[in-house]
Design a protein around this ligand. Structure first.
Ligand code: FDA
Length: 307
């Protein structure tokens, strides 16, 4: 892993740095480049503007690693309010939600996470939309896939996420590529040990291609989450060879990253889903985005010192 990436990811877990950054007079614009805002209304406004441009959306109420059942409950309530808002504003066909199980109690008790995620799924069903379970660090992978299987028994449309940097993922893709199975393939965003993850970015890219092939050959609905121009090109080429028509898979990108590319792909007839985070707990999310790209860090630091 790039030393700067390791440093920023380490900083993301450091309480002193967290307090420093969170209380620094960071310009609203800097955070707003990657985060829709702090409230449900902000999230819905950004969703509307993206949908108006022909994009689809998945919304993430920011928060993770909750060890407090009260906070887990607040997260559930935030999702329920959001889902009701999407239905009210006629956006539920174009926008779904992404949920981190650690934000709804996974670290406290897997049963609590299932119960809470099930409440979100039930409301999503009522509102006419879907839920995808984000994937977090490798210590949670088995638990998240267990919870996924339980939820899919009632709501077969619950989406899974797999991370190409994990050595296990190609096998997971083959297992998950069943009929109707929505699977998001991403590179992976956490600092992981070499025993479980490929340390060399080229190996991660190669794994991404193998996993993409497994998903495209399977019966499910693959969701290719990447901003990497070479991977987007490879996925398009493989989809054509494997006779996957636009509409039988989709591309996904993060809010604020390569917006022109999002529109270009949508213009070609692809479904493009933008992952839109919102909420007050933006710190961990922002640090992962900064870790991915030195240019993002420079942008952030410039905005901090130019105040
Ligand atoms: P990478 O970061 O290697 O970037 C590749 C190339 O993309 C760059 O070289 C550049 O050309 C281009 N690029 C990247 N950022 C750019 C920018 N700001 N401007 C212009 N070009 C840029 N992770 C996880 O662990 N669990 C999860 O559940 C999810 N969920 C998720 C959903 C969605 C919709 C996305 C897009 C991503 C995730 N991720 C995730 C994050 C993912 O694992 C990964 O960390 C980021 O997507 C970055 O990886 P890329 O594939 O974009 O490649």
């Amino acid at each position: 892993m790039h030393p700067l990436r390791s440093l920023i990811l380490a900083a993301a877990g450091n309480d002193v740095i967290r307090r420093l950054v969170a209380t620094a007079p960071v310009s609203r614009d800097v955070v707003r480049r990657f985060v829709a805002g702090e409230t449900t209304a902000d999230a819905i406004e950004v969703t509307k503007s993206l949908v108006d441009k022909g994009l689809t959306v998945t919304l993430d109420y920011l928060g993770e690693d909750t060890t407090d059942s009260g906070l887990a409950e607040q997260t559930v309530q935030a999702y329920l309010e959001l889902l009701d808002g999407l239905r009210r504003d006629g956006l539920a066909r174009s926008a779904e939600v992404s949920v981190k199980l650690s934000a709804v109690g996974q670290a406290l008790d897997e049963g609590l996470a299932i119960e809470n995620a099930a409440r979100i799924c039930a409301r999503a069903q009522e509102c006419g939309t879907t839920v995808t379970l984000d994937m977090e660090d490798h210590t949670t992978t088995d638990s998240t896939l267990r919870v996924l299987a339980q939820l899919r028994a009632s709501w077969p449309w619950v989406g899974a996420v797999v991370q190409a940097y994990l050595r296990r993922t190609e096998e997971d893709c083959s297992r998950l590529a069943t009929e109707g199975s929505r699977v998001r393939l991403c590179k992976g965003a956490y600092a992981e040990p070499a025993q479980v993850a490929f340390p060399d970015p080229h190996d991660v890219d190669r794994s991404y291609v193998r996993c993409a092939n497994a998903l495209l050959r399977g019966e499910g609905f693959p969701m290719f989450a990447t901003h990497d121009p070479s991977l987007v090109e490879i996925v398009e080429a493989r989809a054509e060879v494997l006779d996957r028509k636009p509409g039988s898979f989709e591309f996904q990108m993060l809010y604020g990253i390569r917006p022109d590319e999002q529109l270009r792909l949508a213009g070609l007839g692809h479904t493009v889903r933008v992952y839109v985070p919102y909420g007050v707990q933006w710190y961990g999310y922002l640090m992962r985005r900064l870790a991915e790209r030195p240019a993002n860090t420079a942008f952030f630091l410039r905005a901090l010192v130019s105040r």
